[in-house]
Structure formats: C-alpha cells, structure tokens
Ligand binder design. Sequence first.
Ligand code: SAH
Length: 260
Amino acid sequence: MAKTGTIFLVGAGPGDPDLLTLRAARLIKGASLIVHDGLVDPAILSMAHSDARLISVAKKRARHTLPQEDINALLVREALAGRDVVRLKGGDPFVFGRGGEEMEDADAAGVRVEIVPGISAANGAAAAARIPLTHRDSASIVSFVAGQCKGLAEQNWAGLAGSGRTLVIYMGVKTAPQIAEKLMEDGLAPEVPLAVIENAARPQMRVLRGPLAGLADLVEREQVISPALIIIGDVTARGAASNNTAKNSAISAILQELQA
Ligand code: SAH
C-alpha cells in the first residue's frame, strides 16, 4: 500500500494574505492539493502553485454544496491514496470551522493530521476596527458564540454580555433581529454599544456602530452581507481615536515638552 499522506488543517486568517502564519504560507505555496472553503480570500488561493489542484467545498447558509461528511471522506480518501492535503479554512480551523470533525474522522481512519492555527475573524476584525477585545477599564471576559447553527433559541448566552464583558458573534447577520431580542430578554440594556464588522481585514471592510436595540435596523439599513462579525460591549465604543483623551501623565509631560 502507498504511503499515507498527511492532512494539514490550515487557518487562512480573515482575508489579508499578510495575516497568514509563515507555516500556512509555506504549506499553501508547496501544496499539490488544496481543499478550501468559500471564505478563503482569492488573494490567498493565488499563492498556490499553478500546477496545484484546488477543490472548493464552499458552503453557503442553507445551500450546502458538499455535506461535511463528504468533505471529511474526500480528505481521508486523498490522504489514503498517498497525497498530502492542505485543507484551507477561513480564520482558525478550530473556531467554528468544523476542524474538530475533520480531525476526528481522519484520526479514526489512521491518517496523520497537523493543525496550523490561523487568526480568527474575532482577532482580525478587532484589530482592523481598533476594538480591543479586552481592556482593563472595559472588559476582562470575551466569549465567541455562533449566531446561527444549531437552534439559536436553545443556546444559553446568559451572562456572556454586559458590563465588563465582550461578546463576539459569528454567523449572526441573518439572525441579527433575534440576537438583539434574545440578549435584551436576558437583561442586557438596549443602549449597550456594538459594532458590526463586515469583510474584516479585506479592502472592502465596513465598520458600523450603534446600540443593541438598533441592531436589526442597522443590518437592514446598511444591507450588511456575510461575512460579518458582531461585537457587543463597551469596548466597541473605544475604537475611534477621537474618543481617546490623554490620561497618561507621563505622555502629557512629553507632549508639553515638545510644544515648549
Ligand atoms: N473559522 C472561522 C469562522 C468560520 S464561521 C474563523 O476562525 O474566523 C464563518 C463566520 O466567521 C462568518 O459568518 C463571519 O461571522 C465570520 N468571519 C469570517 N471571516 C470574516 C471576515 N473577514 N470578516 C468578518 N467576519 C468574518
């Protein structure tokens, strides 16, 4: 039997090729077979060798091109045939990326799997929108939740948002109205600030801000499209540079000295 190949579960980050890890970039350039999601930016795919075989298993909400089981089977089949497979996913493979399922099926088939972490949308969007996910004055807890997926109504988000906490919602564009309602039913104040970051770390990025009670309107009015992330909490009100008044006396002293 031929030597079994390795499956590399590789995070492609939020979009900008500059945000790939060096290991991801090396694997993409050296790959002869890449199986990728729809979220992976074309600029990243164009880094592949011109002879590489690229297979898209793009998923769109409610229109699954390839069921997850078939994707797992495809990866395992190729590896068992002796080929290394670069399985390229948006963001990080282990954050709402189904990387866990692919790893487990490969493990069960005795195929070697290597995980290459990526910058998750939360980190990419926060950086691009200048929103610190934690801040000593605003938040010391961060939660990542899925706004779609298995039964939004059954998910318990109580306590995940509010004072001192940042809530990051993936896949929440379509369910934005229900999300806002759910959080307010849990006791969150309607005026809690939030930001919606569409196409983070890509040239067409948009950052929209508003209060929780206005989330449904904001998404509707601005015609927000996927991929977008919703960040809820006081940290989202810090981002704009004009909001930041100098509090550090050491820096004030330096500025005064320069003006003198
Ligand atoms: N594994 C990915 C998440 C996959 S789930 C990660 O770690 O980022 C898909 C969701 O991720 C999208 O619906 C959106 O909410 C978010 N997302 C991915 N890329 C994004 C981007 N460039 N900008 C904003 N949100 C993004």
